[in-house]
Design a protein around this ligand. Structure first.
Ligand code: SAM
Length: 268
């Protein structure tokens, strides 16, 4: 995480944004000085400006508040269930896991799951939900852009519903691919750009199409599935219309076999 001087761990991109906003805040404060106390009390922004609080939260704080205020879905992603069910249990990594709906399902199936997230609240919810399942999960409170696994030997890496923008997505997927052992699998899913009522970020450039996801997939993986599918969507108490998602399932090729032992050929 960047040492941004804001008392928070953020990516360089967000750090830059925070600096710009701080400058804007200082400019706005000068203007506010000319307003009456009552005017300044009217809006949250004015109040925050007067108190000198940052105008935006770090991603961790933003997601902490969201998970604390709204129930997050608990059902695992149905296409992950379809694709991962035939696999023997192994070591799994869930990047941006949130409250861990996918990891909790895998852990209940015998997987040893590591969850990485900037939201302490999301991770705590995952840890609490793991107790009644007697499930084994490891929660890592970290920024996925900076975190490195001790050993890059995961059998499955999940990147579910993260929409950081095309360039950053390629960075995350490259890290995910790096964390896989040869023969391991990567699962990616995100909201389709063309949903009539958009879920996910409001910025369309962050939403997925099959072409965008293909372009962001690491070149060293074999893409087995790249598809647009319908997904029933329920969020806590709130039922929403079905939506389209774009998903990919890819495999890290096993190390090429160069010896006569595995090729079956006699030694030269
Ligand atoms: C839309 S939620 C998805 C949660 C989960 N993958 C799921 O499908 O239910 C996005 C998650 O990504 C996490 N996140 C966002 N930026 C992150 C970063 N730079 N490093 C780690 N986690 C991050 C958020 O805290 C949040 O939990």
């Amino acid at each position: 995480m960047g040492d941004c001087g804001y008392g928070c761990g953020v990516t360089p991109e967000v750090e830059h944004l925070l600096r710009e906003l701080d400058e804007a805040r200082r400019g706005a404060l000068k203007k506010l000085d000319g307003l009456s106390e009552e005017d300044a009390r009217r809006g949250t922004v004015s109040c925050r400006l007067r108190k000198g609080e940052p105008l935006v939260d770090s991603p961790g704080e933003m997601w902490d508040r969201r998970f604390a205020e709204q129930a997050w879905p608990t059902d695992p992603d149905p296409y992950l269930v379809e694709l991962a069910s035939p696999l023997p249990s192994g070591r799994g990594l869930d990047l941006g896991a949130g409250p861990g709906r996918n990891s909790l399902w895998l852990a209940a199936e015998g997987w040893d799951m590591t969850l990485v997230d900037v939201s302490r609240v999301g991770l705590d919810q995952a840890l609490m939900a793991a107790v009644p399942l007697a499930a084994r999960i490891t929660a890592v409170h970290a920024d996925m852009y900076h975190w490195r696994p001790e050993k890059a030997d995961f059998d499955l890496v999940i990147v579910a519903n993260l929409h950081p923008g095309p360039d950053a997505l390629a960075v995350i997927l490259a890290r995910a691919a790096h964390a896989l052992r040869p023969g391991g699998h990567l699962y990616v899913v995100g909201h389709h750009m063309d949903n009539p009522r958009r879920h996910g970020p409001t910025d369309p450039s962050r939403l997925f199409t099959a072409e965008r996801l293909r372009a962001a997939m690491p070149a060293d993986l074999t893409v087995d599935v790249l598809d647009t599918r319908r997904r029933a969507f329920s969020s806590g108490r709130c039922e929403r219309p079905d939506e389209s998602v774009v998903l990919a399932w890819a495999t890290k090729p096993s190390a090429p076999c160069s010896t006569h032992r595995c090729s079956g050929l006699p030694p030269e």
